[in-house]
Design a protein around this ligand. Structure first.
Ligand code: PEP
Ligand code: MG
Length: 755
């Protein structure tokens, strides 16, 4: 077995010297491949660079025909080089021609070479090129040689990332690293944002790749590993004292990974090739990230994630670079890119400068998503690998209603979105002008539009949107964001702040709706087979009346001297409502006896979101002061289709005969009993759905603040009697039982109803 001439250290040193020479990029690259070939005793050394069009282009070669440089290209996945790019893994073959992926390129003259060693050039786990050496004789490359070539590839990655190679690109082809990229994620908060990348956790930039003293670097690495382990041990111990159940499990698993001998060995091996400790960590992290992107097993992905976190910890330790972006120096038009972030972290940024938020892991139900929606920041979640695909200050466009993200967009994409953003802004202005215009249909029917809220920062929107009231205040959000169960005083203060912010309009508080996807981090998690059908909402409230009473007391006290409206979530039958009402009245009585300030009036409502209640509508309408339809849950239970599971949630349409009949029966029962009915699920905020709801009898809708303008604009253009007749005939016929959407859309278009 032949070993590397002078070892990788000498090669790295030589390459570093070449990097500093004042020559143009092509000459530098030519020198580099010559040097690598000589050092590795190979006849051929070639560099392929990945372009934005996903083709690999031969950028330099020693040994193959020079004329092929910038001419030979291949698709990622095509031939051996394409295979390496796609798999992001090294490939060593003693007879390349025998490999099924081998594809012969006559212009390169490579037929005389038998053995082949190629490694991906990785940056942040993404392939940006491929580095290859070839030999005429059949030979087996040693692990040491593979390792040395991978280390060398790091230097090339740096050269590609520096933008130097862009200057020698033919026909203005952009390199993948600098080129435009369109990604798709989950739509979380609508809005179009054009801006520049701000990494929430700035990536550690390893500038010093080459070790002066290998032993010293190994010692630095060991010290950093020890310090990292100690900090994790501390976290585990600390977490344990606080009784943080699930959190502790996560830390335990991270601790286990931190002691993974294979990982520690790979770090040391990388350092022994002549890299600095931090460059060695980056090398190993690159490989892990590349594997993570291709890993489909969720368990193994999690482990690789843990490794990535640990590598980040080590990098921070070794370079002393800070962990979080400097909140005070947020640039204008910032689009935050984060793997994930806590809700409080988002509140730390200056809202005025934010144009958007892109999350790699956070989905629509994550807490930061809730806060993003409350702040009205255009947000896309679940964007695979985004944190390693962008560089700070890259131009980026985000469309929060479609989930599209365009990184380094082409000018025409930019123009199109800028136009879209302008249009949106103009429409927002039109909606703002409607603020004080009553929502009355063309044929004179008044509709009450209310607003859904959940945080104190939402309250000012009542005035901005001209909403009639806060029709649904989801109190659980405050509980979800708190570090522990909020005490009575804290809850009191919270409700009082909300009420004080809206002195002139009613607020309908909903009692705690936790369970299912709404988990309180400090409450022991119960494993349930079907959490959506499990112990949640009012069921917890009735079984743990202490919690419910505490909340009710805080609300009652906070409402001293004004009216209070409270509703209970997930009421499944009349008996549950009676119980909840009895608990509330007892609290009220206690407050009265202690001569505390009392609400001037107390109204109690039931949410209609469990189908069983549809067969007790007259009874519930008799007992409750008002009803509020939670169509999000009601529809998921009616269709037995999880509202958060996109595979099934789009399968059925709210605008179908069965759903509309169910919804109509509720409003009809309300009318019979003279009990007001409001619908507060998401469908009420969509103009077309709102049209159908008005047509079946709803006169009160509660929705997110951003929806009030569009729904009001629809109402102002609607002849309701005409819509009622149209929908009634549709629901009475056999047509479109699965979905009436298209029919309704056509009706709106034909009658000039703005949607
Ligand atoms: C609903 O279910 O429609 C509702 C308004 O409540 P939530 O979305 O909070 O479950
Ligand atoms: Mg609900």
């Amino acid at each position: 077995m032949r070993s590397v001439h002078g070892g990788p250290r000498l090669l790295l040193r030589r390459l570093r010297e070449i990097s500093a020479e004042p020559v143009n990029a092509q000459a530098r690259l030519d020198k580099i491949v010559m040097q690598i070939a000589a050092n590795m005793v190979a006849e051929v050394c070639s560099v392929y660079v990945l372009r934005a069009d996903q083709r690999l282009e031969l950028y330099a070669t020693e040994g193959l025909n020079r004329e092929a440089v910038h001419l030979t290209t291949m698709q990622s996945g095509e031939g051996l080089v394409g295979l390496i790019a796609q798999s992001a893994e090294p490939l060593a073959l003693s007879e390349a021609h025998e490999h099924p992926a081998f594809s012969y390129r006559p212009e390169t003259g490579e037929e005389v070479y038998h053995s082949f060693l190629g490694v991906p050039i990785l940056r942040g786990g993404n392939t940006v090129g491929v580095l290859v050496v070839q030999n005429k004789v059949r030979r087996t490359y040693s692990e040491e040689e593979v390792e040395a070539l991978q280390t060398t590839a790091m230097l090339l990655a740096e050269m590609i990332a520096s933008g130097e190679l862009q200057s020698i690109a033919k026909s203005a082809e952009l390199l993948a690293l600098n080129g435009p990229l369109s990604l798709k994620g989950a739509a979380i908060c609508e809005g179009v944002g054009l801006g520049y990348v701000l990494l929430h956790e700035p990536r550690v930039v390893v500038k010093n790749l080459l070790a002066e003293d290998v032993q010293a670097e190994l010692r630095r690495l060991d010290t950093a590993i020890d310090a990292m382990r100690m900090s994790i041990d501390e976290l585990v111990a600390h977490g344990h004292r606080m009784g943080v159940g699930e959190h502790r499990e996560v830390l335990e698993s991270v601790r286990m990974v931190a002691n993974d001998q294979g990982w520690l060995r790979r770090l040391r091996e990388a350092a022994m090739t002549g890299l600095t400790a931090e460059a060695a960590v980056e090398r190993v992290q690159n490989d892990a990230r590349a594997r993570m992107q291709r890993q489909t097993d969720p368990y193994l992905r999690d482990r690789l994630h843990d490794l990535d976190d640990l590598a980040n910890r080590l990098l921070h330790q070794l370079t002393g670079q800070t962990y979080v972006a400097d909140r005070d120096s947020v640039p204008e038009n910032a689009i935050i890119v984060a793997r994930n972030m806590g809700p409080a972290a988002l509140l730390d940024y200056d809202r005025a400068k934010l144009r958007g938020l892109i999350l790699e892991e956070g989905g629509p139900a994550s807490h930061v998503a809730i806060v993003a929606r409350a702040l009205g920041v255009a947000t896309v979640g679940l964007v695979p690998n985004i944190t390693s695909l962008v560089e700070p200050n890259d131009a980026v466009i985000i469309d929060g209603s479609t989930g599209d993200v365009h990184v380094r967009p082409q000018p025409d994409v930019r123009t199109a979105y800028a136009e879209k953003a302008r249009l949106r802004a103009r429409r927002q202005e039109q909606y703002a002008r409607l603020r004080d215009v009553p929502a009355v249909t063309r044929d004179g029917v008044a509709v009450a539009l209310h607003m859904n809220a959940g945080l104190t920062i939402d309250a000012p929107f009542v005035h901005e949107t001209g909403a009639g009231s806060i029709g649904l205040f989801r109190t659980e959000l405050q509980f979800m964001l708190a570090p522990r169960f909020p005490r009575m005083k804290e809850q009191y203060q919270f409700y009082k702040t909300v009420l004080d912010a809206v002195p002139d309009k009613p607020v309908t508080f909903r009692t705690l709706d936790i369970g299912s996807d709404k988990v309180l981090p400090y409450m022991a998690k119960i494993d349930e087979e079907n959490p959506a059908l499990g112990w949640r909402a009012i069921r917890i409230g009735l079984d743990r009346p202490g919690l419910l009473r505490l909340q009710l007391r805080a609300m009652l006290k906070a409402s001293a001297g004004r009216d209070l409206r409270v509703m209970f979530p997930m009421i499944a039958n009349v008996a549950e409502f009676d119980l909840a009402k009895a608990i509330t009245l007892r609290e009220m009585e206690l407050i009265r006896r202690h001569e505390h300030g009392m609400p001037t009036k107390l109204e109690l409502g039931a949410m209609v979101e469990v189908p069983a209640l549809l067969w007790e509508l007259d009874q519930i309408a008799e007992r409750a002061d008002f009803l509020s339809v939670g169509s999000n849950d009601l529809v998921q239970y009616l269709y037995a289709a999880d509202r958060d599971n996109t595979r099934v949630s789009k399968r059925y349409d709210n605008l179908s005969t069965p759903v509309l009949r169910a919804l109509k029966s509720i409003v009809d029962a309300g009318d019979r009993a003279g009990t007001p009915v409001t619908l507060c699920g998401e469908m009420g905020g969509r103009p077309l759905e709102a049209l159908a709801l008005l047509a079946i009898g709803y006169r009160s809708l509660s929705m997110s603040p951003a929806s009030i303008g569009p729904v009001k604009a629809m109402i102002l253009g609607l002849d309701l009697e005409q819509a009622r007749l149209f929908l009634a005939s549709l629901m009475g016929s056999d047509e479109g039982r699965h979905s009436l959407r298209e029919h309704l859309r056509q009706f709106a278009a034909a009658n000039g109803v703005p949607l």
